[in-house]
Design a protein around this ligand. Sequence first.
Ligand code: ADP
Length: 397
Amino acid sequence: MNVLVINCGSSSLKYQLIDSESEAVLAKGLCERIGIDGRLVYQKAGLDKEITDAPMPSHKEAIQLVLDALTNDKTGAIKSLKEVDAIGHRVVHGGEKFASSAVITDDMIKAIEECNELAPLHNPANLIGIRVCQELMPGVPNVAVFDTAFHQTMPPKAYLYGLPVEYYNKYKVRRYGFHGTSHSFVSKRAIEFLGLDKDNSKVIVCHLGNGSSISAVVNGKCVDTTMGLTPLEGLIMGTRSGNIDPAIMEYVGKKENLDLAGIMNVLNKKSGLLGLSGGVSSDMRDLEAAAEGGNQNARNALDVLAYQVTKFVGGYVAAMNGVDAIVFTAGIGENDGNLRKAVVANLGYLGICLDEDANKKRGEDIVISTPDSKVKVAVIPTNEELAICRDTVALVK
Ligand code: ADP
């Protein structure tokens, strides 16, 4: 079965065509600058990337260009669109309505629309992608895979905020969590790869990328995660602040003459590693280079991230009353041995010791704790597209 995986953002769109039997990526790429001018990146497996500037006034033209590229005579991965058997869409917010992936129907589209308010930048774009695929490929089943679904198993004590309860009752203000597709994929893979008993396992997944979140997973089910109503909560990220004292918003707003929208812009786009490093970068590679060159702000940003990861891991060990495995994933988690080393250095109380040589390897599932460590620490590359493909196949087969 060939599954087209679509991840539609407000002005961009990532796609992969995956053969679900072999799980091979037949072609992949992205559309950038939709609604501005437009650029298509397309890469068939085994061939070089093709980059084409092409007008994309809306997502409709963008998806049409993707379909044209996939079926192109010379470099297409398939001969005709009849070879696309199903489409899997990433949808950011499923609110409390969706605890798992679902085949898209008219009623479901309405239910997703009702979650738009919770993710005003993302959900409307995801829905556009769904509608355009329905229009351009009639009869092909579409499946929605939600970033929030995996976290719906959190108990009330983990998802309720200490706010007047009517905000939850009236407006569904609660913690939802994000990156669920990645946390689900990586925690499942960890159980398999590390030979844990699925029904008797405690796993912590550290998804550390541009956006970062950590989850606590007991017997394959999420019991807590660091992101909240929105992806702003939790760890310091590339440009997001993560947890702060909410009173800072009023205090700084007055000092800097910023309204709420201005403050939110600072917290989402100008804070985190970028803000704390004094504008050096939101990228760990740049920060590490700057810190090595003696930049103290960059050093502080790196230290704050490692310290916060260590604290959340410790908190989740307590919440779960133990842990069998701690797993690192995503851009930073998979590639940054220094960050992992800094976190593991403070996990001696769990009987964990770092295997320094293993910690230098990259690009594969690997255990980075020594064989005599009491808790396993591993690096497992995430693959959200493959997870979306698998869910899609399971639902349409
Ligand atoms: P996103 O959340 O946008 O999907 P990724 O998971 O791709 O982000 O992570 C991107 C981040 O990964 C970059 O900003 C960078 O900080 C980090 N990263 C990527 N490669 C390396 C590396 N070799 N060493 C350290 N950090 C890296």
